[in-house]
Design a protein around this ligand. Structure first.
Ligand code: GLU
Ligand code: MG
Length: 444
């Protein structure tokens, strides 16, 4: 929406929102009469936020940390909306720019744009959709008191959850988001929304706006919503799965082809590329120490680097490839991602990995239909299936060592994300799950 359209919609204050390398959504606000200027010139922001952690401290990496340096946050009017459920409020994502006007090398949203352009140069178009799980409840003296106590997907929760779900559906609609589903999930207090497929940048923007709306709706009802990977120790975690489909010449490359499970040859290569790089990408999808409590085998969180048709234990699940509408619906869902992940980094890196598979004409391993946790070590080895990193330290090192990710992100962004992950791991060192859960619960 243009500044004029926002004003006509009654917007008086616009929240300019970015997501940092630790996955924290941060916001500065401008009155509506400053919004046009915020789109053109931007507003000031210290470049040190490229090193911020989930607890608001900073990675003090020698050579990277400096108190000097300022970038401009430019609001993107194409993605700006009036947040209908919060009258008077507007919302817009930002791009980071240098003072000179050039894109900032640390900008996550620019990184995604570049990967989309590289895909286009290879003749590929992408559609993406996010599926967000979150926990709704009250904070009573540091304890999470869930809005409902199941059963999972339980109609029996209607008395507790019906009012929230209806307010949420209305609020999303009023903010221009047409959710595909809104429902109660499996764990106590857990809910989920499925967002509509869109181009990759728009899908990521929408995933951030949707969280903004969810938090608002929860607060109006005296509740809080958490997207933290785990909200209660030992419980089922909150995933934030990304669905991606790959298109060439208007044809979905994940359906109607002659390869495995109906994939086209380039669809197979793209999936093979994603699989090859998943260990390095885990630090993006699972960015906190707490993420690794969620990443347990046999919890539908995709902890093995394999793929399978509708297999919820494979890190990459081929979804929607079976039915009559597979030509439009077939997609690959990365299951390992949680709500602490930066959507732009995840999506950009996943595209880069897929493009690497195309460039290298990688051969795709056979699809897996069972739970890989039930396979013997010998069977896993024979099928070439590896367990994804089991702790943040290992994930951070796999990420830091990846030349594919480094060349896709550029040194500046890659160095900062690696520094943030290492510092995040050091911050959490020695803390038990109870402490981690409490520390992160209301950060994401
Ligand atoms: N809660 C699971 C997770 O941690 C996902 C369950 C599902 O597939 O809906 O990702
Ligand atoms: Mg779910």
């Amino acid at each position: 929406m243009t500044p004029e359209e926002l004003r006509e919609a009654g917007v008086r204050l616009v929240g300019l929102v970015l997501v940092d390398n630790a996955g924290i959504a941060r916001m500065k606000c401008v009155p509506i009469d400053r919004f046009a200027r915020a789109c053109e010139r931007g507003i000031g922001w210290s470049s040190v936020w490229g090193l911020s952690l989930g607890d608001d401290s900073f990675a003090h990496d020698p050579g990277l940390y400096s108190p000097s340096g300022d970038v401009r946050l430019r609001a993107d009017p194409d993605a700006a909306v009036a947040v209908g459920c919060a009258p008077g409020w507007g919302w817009a994502p930002i791009d980071h720019h240098e003072q000179s006007g050039e894109p900032w090398a640390g900008c996550q949203r620019h990184f995604l744009r570049r990967m989309v352009s590289e895909a286009e140069a290879a003749g590929i178009e992408l559609m993406a959709a996010w599926e967000l799980e979150f926990s709704v409840g009250r904070d009573e003296r540091g304890e999470f008191v869930p809005l409902h106590r199941g059963p999972g997907y339980g109609a029996a929760t209607f008395g507790e959850t019906g009012g929230f779900l209806l307010a949420l559906a209305d609020a999303l609609q009023q903010s221009g988001i047409s959710a595909e589903q809104v429902h109660v999930e499996y764990a106590d207090g857990q809910m989920e929304i499925s967002l509509p497929p869109a181009d990759a940048l728009r899908a990521c923007d929408t995933s951030i706006l949707a969280r903004h709306v969810i938090r608002w709706v929860a607060a109006q009802q005296g509740l809080r919503a958490s997207f933290s990977p785990r909200v209660v120790a030992g419980s089922v975690g909150n995933g934030s799965h990304i669905h991606l489909s790959v298109w060439r010449d208007g044809v979905n490359r994940f359906a109607g082809g002659g390869g495995q499970e109906g994939l086209h040859p380039d669809g197979e290569q793209f999936v093979a590329g994603m699989l090859r790089h998943l260990p390095a990408l885990t630090a993006l999808g699972a960015p906190t120490a707490l993420s690794y409590e969620r990443l347990q085998p046999s919890h539908w969180a995709g902890v093995y680097a394999c793929w399978g048709n509708e297999n919820r234990e494979a890190a990459l699940r081929l979804e929607g490839a079976g039915g009559a509408s597979s030509a439009t619906s077939a997609n690959v869902e990365w299951m390992s991602v949680d709500g602490a992940a930066n959507p732009y980094l995840v999506t950009g890196a996943l595209i880069a990995a897929g493009l690497d598979g195309l460039a290298e004409r990688l051969e795709l391993a056979p699809a897996v239909s069972e739970d890989p946790a039930d396979l013997s070590g010998a069977d896993l080895a024979a099928l070439g299936i590896v367990r994804l990193p089991e702790a943040l330290e290992a994930a951070a090192e796999a990420f830091a060592a990846s030349s594919m990710v480094r060349s896709a992100m550029g040194d500046y962004l890659h160095d900062r994300v690696a520094a943030v992950r290492r510092a995040e791991a050091a911050t959490a060192d020695g803390l038990d799950e109870e402490t981690l859960v409490a520390n992160y619960r209301w950060r994401y």
